[in-house]
Design a protein around this ligand. Structure first.
Ligand code: IYR
Length: 232
């Protein structure tokens, strides 16, 4: 693992505000077109493309720079069949008894159910594991990781952006509980499944629910000094 040693100088190229606005407006347009996709064509994606996206995810900040994540790329059809079977078993239980009526009602616009063909159809699954602690291979001593949930969340945000940049569709699939993923992938005892992310090309007849995003006013609050009400 690459470990930091000392400090090095760091600068960022300075841009004019107009250029900053132009870039961010373009980025908004691009990212606001990212959607969760639930039906995929089985057309393959070159593995190095997925590796490049994971490389980008690995640039995320993490608690004490412990990088507490592992990204597993799964393309093996037999393994995916087993993952689908286990996921659908859990999802069946969730939809029929574990999820509240309110939850099921909230999910209606997404039209989801316990049947998960995308696990077998998508070009690949990227299954993300959060690492609770690290283990010294010689002594077996355990060392904690910090803010693992937050760190993995940020890394997956970057991963989704990277996949979208490559023009690929993805879904953050959350079968619950998802311990079966660690068992089927034979992950070490310090890892817990965080998300299953089917990735690939949308099927030809793909539709996505008509959703509205909250406006900037609804998600952003500015605490300016009294003398500066109108912004900077
Ligand atoms: N994990 C289930 C249910 C589900 C829950 C939420 I919250 C969603 O935003 C979508 C689905 C499933 O994947 O179907």
């Amino acid at each position: 693992m690459s470990k930091g040693k000392g400090h090095i100088p760091y600068t960022l190229p300075r841009q004019e505000p107009e250029e900053m606005r132009r870039r961010l407006d373009a980025m908004y347009l691009h990212l606001s077109n990212r959607r969760s996709v639930r039906s995929f064509s089985s057309e393959p994606v070159p593995i190095d493309i997925l590796e490049r996206a994971i490389h980008i995810a690995g640039t995320a900040p993490s608690g004490a720079h412990k990088q507490p994540w592992t990204f597993c790329i799964v393309t093996d059809p037999a393994l995916r069949t087993r993952i689908r079977q286990a996921a659908e078993e859990e999802e069946e239980r969730s939809y029929s008894s574990r999820m509240s009526d309110r939850w099921l009602e909230d999910l209606q616009p997404l039209a989801t159910d316990h049947i998960k063909p995308f696990i077998e159809d998508a070009a690949a699954l990227i299954i993300v594991f959060r690492r609770l602690h690290e283990k010294d291979p010689d002594t077996g001593d355990k060392y904690p990781n910090y803010y693992v949930q937050e760190s993995c969340g940020i890394a997956v945000g970057l991963l989704l952006s990277a996949l979208h940049e490559a023009g690929l569709a993805a879904l953050t699939h959350t079968p619950s509980p998802m311990n079966f993923l660690g068992e089927l992938l034979n992950r070490p005892e310090n890892e817990r499944a965080f998300l299953n992310i089917p990735v690939g090309w949308p099927a030809e007849d793909t539709t996505v629910p008509l959703l509205l995003r909250k406006s900037l006013d609804e998600i952003c609050v500015h605490y300016a000094p009294p003398s500066n009400k109108g912004g900077l």
